[in-house]
Ligand binder design. Structure first.
Ligand SMILES: Cc1cc2nc3c(=O)[nH]c(=O)nc-3n(C[C@H](O)[C@H](O)[C@H](O)COP(=O)(O)OP(=O)(O)OC[C@H]3O[C@@H](n4cnc5c(N)ncnc54)[C@H](O)[C@@H]3O)c2cc1C
Length: 541
């Protein structure tokens, strides 16, 4: 395993790639997949783990963005809802419909009538491709479908459908597909400088963060898809800063503390921003905040003020829950790589969510945008790169299933996978979990679990994760550290009651066998993981 990675790194310097992509988030991995599918030679380098930046810190919604209608951003909603329909088809294991409830109170703006009109526009812009059309409830009926909601002055509510995903896995599957199509994908490989020939960018100097080795990579086009880090990479060739990053925080609670059936759309108590309470299996997620950020891009965490803001809003809508900071099991925080508005006066929430592509010879920066539209954004960037390369074959990603969706058509396909896993003797819960996580690849993970007793064991007492998934993460999903596994492949960091601290020892032992770690390295991995957990708990200090 270590040799394969060392070989891949040493090969980076042996040829000139059509595209060198910097950044392995949703955007970069989407670009790698699209470009490889069009027959371009591709290398992608990521300084950390795939999806370790914003692409594992989102609200995990695949949505048109109902609130963008308020600013008449019809194009954004049209693109979002249409991508939602497409991803639902091409990645049904990772993208699932989720009902949203917008409660309307006497003081709510917009009121029920205006909301209803807005949702007809929302459904219309999606070309009526929503899982179900929206439905209006009047009076106390809303309370029947979501009993914990505050009843005082409740006038009604509307239920509509968007989708929920696993952002880190969606990103990972793009990378795995790109790799299967011939792209070189290297995580823990950082760009330290860009190479120029006159005004043209012709490659980059990269560093393997594991061995410290360096290599010069030549490329006809270099793509900067580094999200919140975009300005740092642009600065390497003297380009101006374009970003206004904002921080968004999410809190994870035990669903027993706030048991909801719909994603409830709330208005922030202090600023009237949209905040969600989202059901997430046996957890409930509250998020998000939106505040300007000028700290260390590599260390973004929830503060006590972030927790207060979200708790205050949730307690207003769900007064009987009486939530307190002690109910928070875990947090995640990320940066929106938003492009700065021209108007200095625009608020954080008003800053455009649209993506921007900025080009110069041999160098393309893409920043902003959404997880939902990453496939579309990627296609646009590869078109632009193709123009520089002298050929623009059509993008094929709209038709291509993600790796876990090969031969899996919609709900029926998913039911078949679950039934096949059940027939192997797996419990309903495990079968459901493996099907939703790996789709068509679930049988392979189940096989690992069946072939080795220890691999079939659960990683902790409460969640359905299996030890076999650790092996799959290392051998097939490019995981290099305990943090990679427990944060993004088997996310006990977010879902585990102890955030995976106990399991980290087992994970280090399993990874150590496969990656030939000595005892000191295993210990170091467990310590580093504890530091990640600690950072997510800093709001307690
Ligand atoms: C709080 C929050 C909630 C959100 N919710 C949603 C949502 O529900 N739905 C939605 O559609 N969108 C949502 N978004 C937006 C969405 O998450 C982002 O638009 C998307 O993930 C950005 O992906 P990216 O690939 O551009 O950036 P990133 O995921 O940050 O990837 C950039 C990568 O570049 C790497 N990198 C940086 N410098 C270097 C270097 N020198 N060399 C090599 N690699 C480097 C970084 O390590 C990083 O992994 C949300 C964003 C936030 C912050």
């Amino acid at each position: 395993m270590n040799r394969a990675r060392a070989d891949a790194f040493s090969q980076l310097g042996n040829r000139t790639f059509d595209l060198l992509i910097i950044g392995g988030g949703a955007t970069g991995c989407g670009i790698a997949r699209d470009a490889a599918l069009r027959g371009f030679s591709v290398a992608l380098v990521e300084k950390d783990d795939l999806a370790s930046g914003t692409s594992s810190k989102s609200s995990k919604l695949i949505h048109g963005g109902l609130r963008y209608l308020e600013h008449a951003q019809f194009k954004l909603v049209f693109e979002g809802t249409n991508e939602r329909a497409l991803l639902l088809k091409r990645a049904p294991h990772l993208v699932r419909p989720l009902p949203f409830l917008v409660p309307a109170y006497k003081e709510s703006r917009p009121g029920l009538l205006k909301l209803d009109v807005g949702l007809w526009i929302y459904d219309g812009l999606s070309r009526f491709s929503s899982y179900k059309l929206h439905k209006t409830y009047r009076g106390r009926k809303v309370h029947e479908i979501e009993p914990l909601l505050r009843t005082e002055a409740l006038k009604g509510g509307i239920v509509y459908y968007d989708c929920m995903t696993d952002d880190a896995r969606l990103t990972l599957e793009s990378a795995l597909d790109a790799r299967a199509l011939g792209a070189q994908i290297l995580n823990y490989t950082r760009v330290i400088s860009l190479t120029r020939d006159g005004d043209r960018v012709v490659g980059a100097e990269v560093e393997d963060r594991e061995s410290g080795s360096r290599s010069s990579v030549r490329a006809r086009v270099v793509v900067n898809s580094t999200g919140p880090w975009s300005d740092k990479v642009r600065g390497l060739v003297g380009e101006t800063a374009i970003l206004r990053p904002t921080k968004g925080v999410h809190l994870v609670l035990d669903s027993a503390r706030l048991d909801i059936q719909h994603a409830v759309v709330m208005m922030g108590r202090r600023d009237h921003r949209v905040v969600f309470a989202i059901p997430w299996g046996d957890r409930t997620v509250l998020g998000t905040t939106d505040t300007d950020f000028d700290g260390d891009l590599d260390h973004v965490y929830a503060t006590a003020a972030d927790v207060d803001y979200l708790m205050e809003t949730a307690n207003h809508y769900f007064p009987t829950a009486k939530l307190v900071a002690g109910d928070v099991l875990s947090t995640w925080a990320g940066l929106r790589p938003l492009v700065a508005p021209n108007k200095a006066s625009a608020s954080e929430s008003d800053t455009s969510r649209e993506h921007h592509v900025i080009e110069r010879p041999g160098f393309i920066t893409i920043a902003g945008g959404k997880l939902t539209t990453f496939r579309r954004m990627a296609a646009e960037v590869v078109d632009r790169a193709g123009e520089q390369l002298g050929r623009v074959p059509p993008s094929g990603t709209a038709e291509r299933p993600f790796p876990g969706a090969v031969d899996v058509a919609g709900d029926e396909g998913m039911d078949r996978i679950r039934a096949q896993l059940g027939a192997r003797g797996l419990s309903q819960r495990t079968a459901h979990h493996l099907a939703q996580t790996y789709g068509a690849r679930a049988a392979k993970v189940a096989e690992r679990a069946a072939n080795d007793h220890s691999a079939g064991a659960p990683l902790d007492g409460e969640t359905p994760y299996l030890a076999a998934e650790v092996d799959e993460a290392v051998e097939h999903e490019l995981a290099r550290t305990v943090g990679d596994v427990l944060s993004r492949r088997v996310p006990l960091l977010l879902r585990g009651r102890d955030q995976g601290l106990a399991a980290s020892v087992t994970v280090a032992a399993r990874m150590g066998k496969l990656l030939e770690w000595d005892e000191a390295r295993r210990k170091l991995e467990v310590e580093r993981y504890a530091a990640i957990v600690e950072e997510s708990r800093r709001f307690k200090k």
